[in-house]
Design a protein around this ligand. Sequence first.
Ligand SMILES: C[S@@+](CC[C@H](N)C(=O)[O-])C[C@H]1O[C@@H](n2cnc3c(N)ncnc32)[C@H](O)[C@@H]1O
Length: 287
Amino acid sequence: MKFEGDIFEVIVELDGRKECRRIRSLLEKQVMLGDAATTSTSKKRYYSRYFSDEVSAKDYRLLLKLIAPPKIKISIKGLGVDKWRDKWKKEFRPFKLNDKFIVVPKWKRDKIVKKHGIAIFIDTCLAFGTGLHETTKFVAEMITSLEGKFESFLDIGTGTGILTIIADKCGANDLTAVDLTDDVLKVTRGNLDDNCVRKAKLIKGDMARISFRKEYDLVAANLTTEDLIGLKSRIISVVRKGGMLAVSGISLKKSRYFIERFRDPRLNKVKSLKGKEWAAFLFKRLA
Ligand SMILES: C[S@@+](CC[C@H](N)C(=O)[O-])C[C@H]1O[C@@H](n2cnc3c(N)ncnc32)[C@H](O)[C@@H]1O
């Protein structure tokens, strides 16, 4: 079946709050969720994730069908860009990211109250990174805690650019952000402009193939557990000696496995952050 639209919404229909939490946690163990949305009517709750191409949406539905109990209804709906934006706008509200920052949807920038913190304006479109997801929050916290202690910053898998914006506000003056596609980097650039971050360099490509000519004071990588392990040598090679590395996106259940596989004589673990589902680690590069 072919779906009409510019954006493809994969919808999981759930019967109750409890079931919603259970399915969501099941899915999070299998795949790295984007900032997925949950909506509800009086009887049903709907969990949605959005894709810019139909093939990826169909692949995702297939994956969900393999892991979700058979009674769960999973469907795809095509949306026009405007309709999709309206949906996101309803669900994304200003929130406190940590003691220093609040995240404000770009379209609500006139309504912010300054005393709550420094505002970061975000338009997500199809990129990951509103700051609502625990994995992003953890790295944001680590970057904030290093304020004033780093000048150069590399954001591996930048998504919306939220971590690069935070690094800028925490004093970095040499910023580089990497992601896989032009679509994502268009969103990143828009957000950097909206937050007056003009000096960042954006690189399109796979971290596995990009060659860097320099090393950075602080490197952040919010990827999946497997990607982090697979890219370990490349990631460590771009952290300067004495510099810091923040990694996130590690599912809690895999955190011990991750630490074993990511072990390296050049790294010293200095901080662990653990939530309900995710873990993040801060390392110092020794040599
Ligand atoms: C979980 S999101 C993180 C977004 C944002 N940094 C945050 O913390 O919210 C991961 C991002 O990494 C990108 N990505 C995944 N694998 C990558 C790779 N091998 N090289 C570069 N970017 C990658 C994805 O496209 C996605 O935008």
